[in-house]
Design a protein around this ligand. Sequence first.
Ligand code: MG
Length: 203
Amino acid sequence: MKIICVGRNYADHIEELQNERPSEPVLFLKPDTTIGQRNTPFYLPDFSSEIHHEIEIIVRINRIGKHIQEQFAHKYYDQLSVGIDFTARDLQNKLKSKGLPWEKAKAFDGAAVVGDWLPKGSFENLQQLDFELTKNGNTVQQGNTQLMLYSIDQLIAYVSEYFTLKIGDILFTGTPAGVGPVKENDQLEGYLNGQKLLELKVK
Ligand code: MG
């Protein structure tokens, strides 16, 4: 399986990192080795001194598809959750400034945290999902899917122009404002519509 991630999908986050607003979705991939073992801590890697949390709505692909039209995109995923797109921001900034690919900053072991899945049918409106990340009990990121620049269905359509989607693939749909560093012993919890779907300790 593969993880397809979308960058710069919330205007408030684009502003906080002083990035340009994209004219089309920004995509990158993470390999399956980025998914940490369940119920294990996140270990800070040695090569970075600035690991940032990015809480995101994630969806699980349940059908193989390519060149999917937006109006049919909803048939290609059946579960949602929240995930964390851990990012070595210092490394990413260095790579970005040289125009180099971001993989070392985004695709290291443990850099994708996947929460417990909920069936898509349990949500009334996917355009109105509240999600949140707390760090040591304090809310650090809060978002709502109505603030996405590109909706989940638009993203599925766009992504599938480039990559065949396969069963079990996961789409990370972008992070809202409030990204920030984690340090040893931080406790992170992710919520979707008030329901806790992930928790982990930073080591
Ligand atoms: Mg992200």
